[in-house]
Design a protein around this ligand. Sequence first.
Ligand SMILES: [Zn+2]
Length: 221
Amino acid sequence: MLEISKRLTSYSPNERLRRELEKARAELHELEARHRELKQAAKDLELQDKAVEERLKRLQKDLYGGKVVNPREVEAIEHEIESLKKQRGEMDLQLLELWERLPEAEQALENPRQRLEELEAKFAEAEEKLGAERAVLEEEYSKLAAARPKFLEGVSQTLLARYEAIRQRQGGIGMAEATKEGLCGACGTTLPRTAIENAKLGQVATCQECHRIIYATEGAI
Ligand SMILES: [Zn+2]
């Protein structure tokens, strides 16, 4: 019964798979974030490029439309046009580079995406199987738990209260079976022979270490 309880609480054979799944998920998220950043950077650059283009058009219109005649102003505008053209040239280069990198970044998502899907399916299957195993264990446990009051029939109220107190303190298990080797089945402490003898006789015996009530079957020493 302790064995089952232990297995129910610590039984997680899918832990490795779950960790693998989480890792794959994190890796994909990182790649996706990188891809998104590239896309956003390209979009920002395109907008900037457009703004510069419009500014250039306006300046050229001012310049060649005869609106500006003051030589100093003309010079200033020519200067700005030149610097804007240079800026645009640089932005166009950057944009080309981004456009080149984007399909690559998108393709880099394919394999991790597929792997994640596979892992997710594998994990779901393993969890389902585990759920079924767990259900069997739980049923076994509840059967044993149901049999417990029978064992405690005829036990005094004081002892019962003591049993309940121990049970609550010891994570739900207030009894321990004496093993064939004469050890406490819960904590593994060697039990005194008298304790085992008493337990066999149906008398109250407790483990000196964990204070659980000891019961002994024929197999015990
Ligand atoms: Zn013990």
